[in-house]
Design a binder for this molecule. Structure first.
Ligand code: GUN
Length: 286
């Protein structure tokens, strides 16, 4: 029987701790950590994510401000909103939900967020800090993966870690975080010559490609630890990961399910980053 690594359980534990810390922080400092989430347009999946972020903030006692902007919002207007949130003392974290409509330059928007309020850790300054291991924030999804591995006592040092997917949001930062824990890391992507040959060598396999049930049993080594970052809505309405769970689970030592795996951790790490940002704010404001 493989271990089912429940992000839901890890998340509930971590959120309880965050909630206590928020309470203590409010009592000691009289400041409520505040997160602003901006959503532009009508992407249905994004709307669900934003609603969940808002609820999660309220559940741990944080202030959450959701700003909904129409699809046709001009880039300048979004930049001007971010500028005002950068200066807003009640807001410690700013998150612009991605993807943005095509006419808006995503990187330009990310660059406009104050690095001190960049709770996604997407700003080049924060990305650079992660590269040298001196960071305040970690990107939420890969940080959530690390928390799950830690909770289930998965040894990383010396292990062969294979990541499928090279996005700026997951694959690349995930590689750095596993490397920091002394894993031997390989990043695979759509041009990788023999993907199966790579994935079969993995002691720890992290998959983030957005293709439902893509990783099959023949691609996984017996006894591997498998982390599935994918969340794919199937025609029947069910959620599937990037890993064919039914096939791969019996072969693995431990595996994350979908739903209830990495997904809940992403928002939990966002809460953690927002609390960190509020604490840092105290340091700079004195
Ligand atoms: N869209 C999908 N994942 C994310 C994320 O982690 N942060 C933001 N801002 N948008 C996303």
């Amino acid at each position: 029987m493989s271990i089912i690594m429940s992000g839901k359980e890890v998340s509930a534990n971590t959120r309880a701790k965050i909630s206590d810390e928020v309470k203590a922080f409010k009592e000691e400092r009289g400041i409520t950590p505040g997160l602003a989430v901006i959503i532009v347009g009508n992407n249905e999946a994004s709307k669900v994510y934003v609603r969940n972020k808002h609820k999660a903030c309220e559940d741990v006692g944080m202030y959450s401000k959701v700003i909904e902007m129409p699809e046709e919002t001009a880039e300048e207007e979004l930049l001007s909103l971010i500028d005002s949130l950068n200066k807003d003392d009640e807001i410690h974290g700013i998150l612009v939900q991605l993807p943005l409509p095509k006419h808006i330059d995503e990187q330009k928007v990310i660059n406009s967020i104050s690095p001190k309020k960049d709770v996604d850790a997407f700003h080049p300054e924060n990305v650079g800090k992660i590269m040298i291991g001196e960071y305040d924030f970690l990107p939420c999804t890969p940080a959530g993966v690390m928390e799950i591995l830690d909770y289930y006592n998965i040894e990383i040092s010396g292990k062969k870690c294979v990541i499928v997917g090279r996005s700026n949001i997951v694959g690349k930062p995930q590689a750095l975080l596993l490397l920091e824990k002394n894993g031997t890391v390989t990043i695979c992507h759509s041009r990788t010559k023999d993907l199966k040959e790579e994935t079969k060598r993995a002691d720890i396999l992290v998959v983030a490609i957005g293709k439902p049930d893509f990783i099959t049993a023949d691609m996984v080594k017996e006894g591997a630890v498998v982390v599935d970052v994918g969340i794919n809505r199937m025609p029947d309405g069910k959620l599937h990961g990037d890993v064919n769970f039914d096939e791969v689970a019996p072969k693995s030592y431990a595996i994350t399910p979908v739903p209830g795996g990495v997904g809940p951790m992403t928002i939990t790490m966002l809460l953690k980053n927002t609390l960190t940002a509020a604490k840092k704010y105290i340091l700079t404001k004195g």
